[in-house]
Ligand binder design. Structure first.
Ligand code: AMP
Length: 257
């Protein structure tokens, strides 16, 4: 497995692999079984699997959230190697955002609802870093989790609007046995918070926004939003806080004929 830390090194590592298909799995590390499902799918479908490992400051609001984001590069590299990744791209922050950096991608409407409304700048940060990764790696397919449904919809729009030559492949949300969607942030939950957080998948499973809100309120979770989002397919999505930990989740709804 090649570990590329600069854009130049990533390009060199991929130069002689362009005859086959290249799959990209963008991650912020702290890998769990959700990330592994993306890597496994990419490994099955592509000749070369690239994983990016970059905690993107541009998509964080509060500095405490960025600074407290779990990081363990050595463990992530080991997991990537076990998953059969060919190239890991691990840039330093100033490799992607050097001094003087000033170019951003705004997906206007999709970027201002839900996560965009509650985390100003977040969607812009996600779209920008993904466009960078797509430009550096030039994958045939990028693998994304349904867990971040808005991210999928935003990137789908960006790919269409900017005529990018890649396919997006969406992998279903991987959940713990108790129903909680796997997330790097789950490790921050106390036992009590985790017990209350289980109301999130339970609420969404009702597939009804009013009932879902009542369940989340009753569990003592701080609800940022519960809403039906007009994605493809539509989803019932929610963001809540359990203590200081922010959690998001969604379930797909039937497409109206
Ligand atoms: P992150 O490291 O949180 O930026 O996530 C990297 C990718 O893994 C994104 O495409 C996420 O949607 C996906 N992902 C995160 N958690 C899950 C999960 N529980 N199930 C499936 N995919 C996930």
């Amino acid at each position: 497995m090649i570990v590329a830390r600069t854009v130049a090194d990533a390009r060199v590592a991929l130069a002689d692999r362009r005859d086959g298909t290249i799959g990209l799995v963008p991650t912020m590390g702290s890998l769990h079984a959700g990330h592994l499902a993306l890597l496994e799918t990419a490994r099955r479908e592509c000749d070369t699997v690239v994983m990016s490992l970059f905690v993107n400051p541009a998509q964080f609001g509060e500095p405490s959230d960025l600074n407290g984001y779990p990081r363990d590069e050595a463990r992530d590299l080991e997991r990537a190697r076990d998953a059969g990744v060919d190239v890991v791209f691990v840039p330093a922050t100033d490799e992607l955002y050097p001094p003087g950096y000033q170019t951003w991608v705004d997906v206007i409407e999709l970027g201002s609802m839900l996560e965009g409304e509650h985390r100003p700048g977040h969607v812009r940060g996600v779209a920008t870093v993904c466009l960078k990764l797509f430009t550096i790696v030039r994958p045939d397919v990028a693998y994304l989790g349904q867990k971040d449904a808005q991210q999928v919809e935003v990137l789908r729009r960006m790919v269409a609007d900017l005529h990018l030559e890649l396919e997006l492949s969406v992998v279903p949300t991987v959940r713990d046995t108790d129903g909680l969607a796997l997330s790097s942030r789950n490790m921050r939950l106390s036992t009590d918070e985790r017990a209350r957080a289980l109301a999130l998948p339970r609420a969404l499973a009702t597939r009804d926004p009013e009932t879902a809100r009542a369940i989340l309120d009753a569990a003592g979770l701080d609800v940022e939003y519960v809403a039906v989002a007009p994605f493809h397919p539509p989803v019932l999505a929610a963001a809540v806080r359990a203590g200081n930990t922010r959690l998001i989740d969604n379930v797909t709804l039937e497409e109206k004929p």
